[in-house]
Design a protein. Structure first.
Length: 88
């Protein structure tokens, strides 16, 4: 169970890094009059980051099935974000 929470914690950190990358690309694009990620992409990344941080916090404070479900929610949220915003 600890391994699953560890992996989901790393994935949650990765989602936060992706949020920072998208924000940075938007700022650089705006400063250089270059099209960067739009408001939709920023919103997707922000919402996903909030969901994974809250859910990972929940998983880290629980044991058993609730921790597993929280970790699974982190992994699913990250997967949906990657699928819709990076690979789609």
């Amino acid at each position: 169970m600890t391994l699953v929470r560890t992996v989901s914690g790393v994935v949650a950190g990765g989602v936060l890094v992706l949020l920072c990358v998208v924000i940075g690309a938007a700022v650089i694009g705006a400063r250089r009059d270059f099209p960067g990620p739009g408001a939709e992409s920023l919103t997707w990344h922000f919402v996903a980051a909030v969901v994974v941080v809250v859910t990972q916090g929940f998983a880290d404070r629980r044991r058993g099935m609730p921790a597993l479900l929280g970790s699974a929610a982190v992994l699913v949220t990250a997967g949906v974000l990657l699928w819709t915003q990076w690979w789609g």
